[in-house]
Design a protein around this ligand. Structure first.
Ligand code: 5GP
Length: 190
C-alpha cells in the first residue's frame, strides 16, 4: 500500500502550523522535519521542530541533492530532506510537508504527486494581529512577514505547467473548522 504526500502552505500567521499540529496527532500521519538556517525560537528543539544547520552545512547538503526542495524565506534557507518522505510513503503513511510557496512550486515542477493545500488568512489585518499576539517575532520581522504574505497570496494563485499550484485554498476563519476541512480533504479520520 502506498501512502500520500500532503503539502500545506500559507503565510506565516495564517494558522497553518496549528492545522499541521492537529493533523500530526491523527493515526497514520507523519510530519516532515525541515532543515533551516534560522536560529531556534524559544521552546523549539533541534530534530523535532527543525534540523537547525549552519549556512555552510545547509549549502553543502543542498549541493549534494539531499533536499527535495529548498528555498530562501526572510533571509534564511529552508529545505525538505528527501529520504523521510520516500520511507513514509512506501510504508503507506500520509506525509505532511509544511513549506512556503517557492518550495511548493519546485515540487509541482518535479511533478511530485500529492494534495496541495494553501491556508489563507481571513485578511491581512487579521494576519498582522495574529503575528503580534503570537509574540515570537520582532516588529521588523512582523512587517517583513506581512509583506511576504501579500506576495505569497498572489503567488499561490499562479499556474505551473498550466495547472493551479494548489488544489485547495482555504481561508482560516475558524481553526477547528479549518482542521476538519483539511482532514476531510486529505482523507484522514479525526
Ligand atoms: P518559520 O520561520 O516561521 O518556522 O518558517 C518560515 C516559512 O518557511 C514558513 O512559511 C514555513 O512553512 C516555511 N518552511 C518551513 N520548512 C520549509 C521547507 O523545508 N521548505 C520550504 N520551502 N519552506 C519551509
Amino acid at each position: 500500500m502506498s501512502g500520500k504526500l500532503v503539502v500545506i502552505s500559507g503565510p506565516s500567521g495564517a494558522g497553518k502550523t496549528s492545522v499541521c499540529r492537529a493533523l500530526k496527532l491523527l493515526p497514520g500521519v507523519e510530519f516532515s522535519v525541515s532543515a533551516t538556517t534560522r536560529v531556534p525560537r524559544a521552546g523549539e528543539e533541534g530534530g523535532v521542530d527543525y534540523h537547525f544547520l549552519s549556512r555552510d552545512e545547509f549549502e553543502r547538503r543542498a549541493a549534494k541533492g539531499e533536499f527535495l526542495e529548498w528555498a530562501s524565506y526572510n533571509g534564511n534557507l529552508y529545505g525538505t530532506p528527501r529520504w523521510p518522505m520516500d520511507t513514509a510513503i512506501a510504508a503507506g503513511r500520509t506525509f505532511l510537508l509544511e513549506i512556503e510557496v517557492a518550495g511548493t512550486k519546485q515540487l509541482r515542477e518535479q511533478r511530485v504527486p500529492g494534495i496541495y493545500v494553501f491556508i489563507a488568512p481571513p485578511s491581512i489585518d487579521e494576519l498582522r494581529q495574529r503575528l503580534v499576539r503570537r509574540g515570537t517575532n520582532t516588529t521588523d520581522d512582523i512587517e517583513s512577514r506581512v509583506r511576504i504574505a501579500r506576495e505569497e497570496i498572489a503567488a499561490s494563485q499562479q499556474l505551473v505547467g498550466g495547472e493551479p499550484l494548489y488544489d485547495h485554498a482555504i481561508p482560516n476563519f475558524d481553526l477547528a473548522a479549518t482542521i476538519t476541512r483539511v482532514a476531510e480533504l486529505i482523507g484522514v479520520r479525526r
